[in-house]
Design a protein. Structure first.
Lengths: 112, 115
């Protein structure tokens, strides 16, 4: 059974304090791994797609990396506006067509 | 601007009542999805549709129904058979799944509360 586990559940950082969020996954065949940002009461906003181990993508203060078992979302020198819940999801070749399996998310709070 | 529009943003349902959530997209995407989000849980798939006039059940389809008469529209009906409908509902769309993963884009969501 496909599984996605995100850790930690919540993370509190001071502005400028870099850290990483973890997404561990179990799938029979990875079609893609996705990172989303979700603000309270809003729909998830797409950040990155990673397809194969060793792949990295960057956007402003965020950098996503992928291994065969997990993905990391690195946040460098975060600002208060980076506060949100970050969702990780995987797409399995063997799963329902197009279906994403989501983790429960990591709630990030960045204090000034 | 291209995007996914969900309406209404807030909806209240009385016991025994059916309600319909609207989802419209102008991204020219073939595939559309409905997810449900509950506090402390990951998003769960209710229904999805890869092409017009065809749709498939997801992991938690019981108590829900959908239609896909137009490429742009994928309404979700929450029926009285759904015993715990209070949740945040998210509509999404994507291009058809190819050999690589296809990115799924989400609307802004609809809150449904039972009163």
């Amino acid at each position: 059974e496909d599984q996605v586990t995100q850790s930690p559940e919540a993370l509190r950082l001071q502005e400028g304090e870099s850290s990483s969020l973890n997404c561990s996954y179990t799938v029979s065949g990875l079609r893609g791994l996705f990172w989303y940002r979700q603000d309270p009461g809003k729909g998830p906003e797409f950040l990155f797609t990673l397809y194969s181990a060793g792949e990295e993508k960057e956007k402003e203060r965020l950098k996503a990396t992928l291994t065969k078992k997990e993905s990391f979302l690195h946040i460098t020198a975060p600002k208060p506006e980076d506060s949100a819940t970050y969702l990780c999801a995987v797409q399995d070749y063997g799963g329902s067509q197009g279906n994403l399996i989501f983790g429960k998310g990591t709630k990030l709070s960045v204090k000034p | 601007d291209g995007g996914i529009t969900q309406s209404p943003k807030y909806l209240f349902r009385k016991e025994g009542q059916n309600v319909t959530l609207s989802c419209e997209q102008n991204l020219n995407h073939d595939a559309m999805y409905w997810y449900r989000q509950d506090p402390g849980q990951g998003l769960r798939l209710i229904y999805y549709s890869q092409i017009v006039n065809d749709f498939q059940k997801g992991d938690i389809a019981e108590g829900y129904s959908v239609s896909r008469e137009k490429k742009e529209s994928f309404p979700l009906t929450v029926t009285s058979a759904q015993k715990n409908p209070t949740a945040f509902y998210l509509c999404a769309s994507s291009r058809p799944t190819g050999s690589s993963g296809n990115t799924i884009y989400f609307g802004e969501g609809s809150w449904l509360t039972v009163v």
